[in-house]
Design a protein around this ligand. Structure first.
Ligand code: AMP
Length: 387
């Protein structure tokens, strides 16, 4: 699905240097896509040994609080983007004062805080879980009384992969959860009894055109994404609604770049927005092997004012994350995994395989999504030998 352009833009020419705030695997895959399109890439990270160092032309290791250093770096770039939403908004604003930052720092501001993101969703009429913002133990008790249990308490800021979350099953859990997460501002969400979780990656260009990828079906394990597959097999009206909501969210936020909207799908087929990520997303990694244009190439194209690419999928696909746990018995058996038909491997170049750390992913393409899922899980089981 591609919505048509609204106005002319002047593209950033090949050979120019692009910046990416953040040095993780998303920055690394952005750099790969950017270099293929002829750009130089400089990553800005607060750690030297980062995945982006593998593919960026240069990594600037600076604290995000050092506005002077960021402005000096910005002076050497044509434009900048970010690869994770915990980049301080002040850092994005410091760079945006010198060069275009896409998506704009205001998008980061809204989406890096669950309370602000929920307020955005509510004010625009996008359906999400019932919730209350809580700033004290008393407010938490009032929110529990209003929403009922079970519920999930989430810190408003700096949460990812289930970090900063506590499920509340019975009233005494409230004090324990507040003890663990307070006094930071939190959001209490009513429990959504969902059938499944899907996500939709889309890109929006500088002229306002939007390209929406096929929604993917996501399975989490220990709060971390485990498997994504597309097509999801869900009824067409559900998929149409999720794609339409995603496009309208990108428009309402004014995103220029790639972004992902995660949804809960209920038994009645309602889609509730769970989270917005204003950048490429783990569930979109299968677009690298499966789609005519990857989510990272879309991010580069949007940043640089190039036409967005076609998002059609070449074949049904499934992606399995490779966490550090897979290294428990030493280096995984990649030859065994790669012998499975249609399987490709992406490793992020992280030196320390800690449990729960995202180290890479496998993607399988197959004639059916069931085969793709079976092959990617078989490939992972073959690679990750038990210790
Ligand atoms: P999040 O970090 O908000 O994406 O939450 C991580 C995972 O926790 C989600 O993908 C869901 O599987 C689960 N979860 C989060 N919020 C809720 C909720 N309100 N109701 C049910 N499950 C939830």
């Amino acid at each position: 699905m591609v919505r048509s352009p609204l106005r002319e833009v002047t593209p950033i020419p090949a050979g120019a240097t692009l910046g990416v705030m953040g040095g993780g695997q998303l920055g690394s895959m952005f750099a790969m896509a950017a270099r293929r399109l002829g750009y130089r890439v400089e990553a800005i990270s607060d750690v030297a040994d980062c995945p982006a160092a593998l593919h960026a032309d240069r990594v600037h290791v600076v604290p995000y609080a050092d506005a002077t250093a960021l402005e000096r770096i910005a002076a050497g770039l044509a434009a900048v983007t970010f690869e994770f939403e915990n980049v301080p908004v002040e850092a994005a604003r410091a760079m945006a004062a010198i060069i275009p930052c896409r998506p704009a720092p205001d998008v980061l501001f809204t989406t890096q805080d669950r309370a602000r993101e929920k307020a955005f969703l509510v004010s625009h009429g996008f359906a999400c879980a019932p919730h209350r913002t809580v700033r004290s133990r008393e407010q938490l008790h009032a929110a529990v009384a209003a929403l009922g249990l079970p519920a999930v308490l989430k810190t408003a800021a700096f949460g990812y992969d289930g970090k900063g979350q506590r499920k509340l099953e019975s009233p005494p859990d409230a004090d324990a959860a507040w003890g663990a997460l307070g006094p930071a501002e939190c959001v209490l969400e009513g429990w959504v009894d969902f059938d499944c979780e899907i996500s939709v990656v889309a890109a929006r260009g500088q002229a306002g055109e939007v390209a929406v990828f096929e929604p993917s079906l996501n399975v989490h394990s220990r709060h971390i994404l485990d498997l994504s597959s597309a097509p999801s097999g869900l009824p067409q009206p559900v998929l149409d609604e999720a794609r339409d909501v995603t496009a309208r969210i990108l428009e309402a936020l004014g995103v220029v770049g790639a972004a992902c909207v995660e949804f809960f799908v209920t038994g009645s087929g309602a889609v509730l927005v769970n989270e917005i990520a204003p950048r490429p997303h783990n569930s979109g990694h299968l677009t690298i092997a499966a789609c005519e244009t990857s989510q990272f190439e879309q991010q580069v194209r949007a940043l640089c004012g190039l036409p967005l690419g076609p998002v059609s999928q070449r074949a049904p696909a499934a992606m399995a994350n490779l966490l550090g746990d897979c290294w428990a018995a030493g280096e995984p058996d990649w030859p065994a995994a790669l012998a499975v038909p249609g399987v490709s491997l992406m490793l992020y170049g992280k030196s320390e395989p800690r449990p729960g750390r995202k180290m890479g992913h496998l993607t399988a393409l197959a004639p059916t999504v069931e085969e793709a899922l079976a092959n990617v899980t078989r490939a992972r089981a073959l690679a990750c030998r038990p210790s």
